[in-house]
Design a protein around this ligand. Structure first.
Ligand code: HEM
Ligand code: HEM
Length: 174
């Protein structure tokens, strides 16, 4: 069984965890690039179907990632990291998961409502508002996440190299 919760701090993520992390970066960027610019675009049935399938696959993979990471991996923050910093990292990580699920979930709801004939009005406008809010929020969280990752690269405490395959720091063998 591979259900190993590493007890030692500062370990690297597994190859599968890295694949999921970086795969999601690609998937998310793709989702942003091909975003719906206006609700009227959903008149195109092929686009509507594609958006819904994309969001379903996105949600499914996100669930797989979340369960896998929670069951088998742990943060690579060193044991001696201040409690507040550990809490902040946890909040940002959970926040990003919540936003990713919120974006795909609200997108699916938009698709469902549109399919039911709601093309405008308070209900669909509110769900679109939620969709856009999740997008704005995750931009901020990703910004904080990247700044924190770069900060750890300067600290050379192993956090950067546990996930990022480039600009790795030298191993402090002691
Ligand atoms: C769409 C953009 C990104 C998202 C949504 C994201 C999300 C996450 C999440 C949720 C984790 C916790 C582990 C996991 O559940 O997989 C994590 C870990 C990590 N990410 Fe990202 N990430 C993004 C981009 C980046 C980028 C661009 C970098 C580096 C420049 C980076 C560096 C790291 C590092 C170093 C960790 C390990 C942190 C730790 O163990 O506490 N991430 N990321
Ligand atoms: C993971 C999947 C999805 C991603 C990453 C995504 C991403 C985005 C982004 C970045 C925006 C622009 C937000 C802004 O300008 O503040 C947006 C807007 C929107 N999205 Fe999505 N979306 C997804 C799924 C869906 C789905 C499934 C639907 C409906 C079938 C949908 C319908 C819309 C609509 C109607 C808007 C608002 C357009 C407007 O400004 O009027 N999205 N989406």
């Amino acid at each position: 069984m591979n259900n190993i919760k590493e007890e030692a701090s500062n370990t690297s993520y597994s190859s599968f965890a890295k694949l999921l992390h970086w795969g999601f970066v690609v998937l998310f960027v793709y989702g942003i690039i091909k975003q719906v610019d206006s609700i009227t675009q959903l008149e195109d049935n092929a686009l509507l179907r594609f958006e819904v399938l994309f969001a379903l696959a996105f949600l499914l993979l996100l669930a797989v990632r979340f369960i896998y990471v929670k069951k088998t991996q742990r943060s690579s923050l060193p044991e001696e990291t201040p409690k507040m910093q550990k809490l902040a990292a946890k909040l940002v990580h959970y926040g990003m998961y919540a936003c990713l699920a919120g974006i795909a979930g609200s997108g699916l709801l938009i698709g469902f409502l549109y399919g039911q004939g709601f093309e405008s009005g308070l209900l669909i406008d509110s769900v679109i508002g939620l969709h856009e809010l999740s997008v704005s929020l995750i931009y901020w969280l990703i910004g904080v996440h990247i700044v924190a990752a770069v900060y750890h690269r300067f600290l050379k405490d192993g956090v950067w190299s546990s996930m990022v395959p480039v600009f790795k720091e030298q191993n402090k063998e002691s």
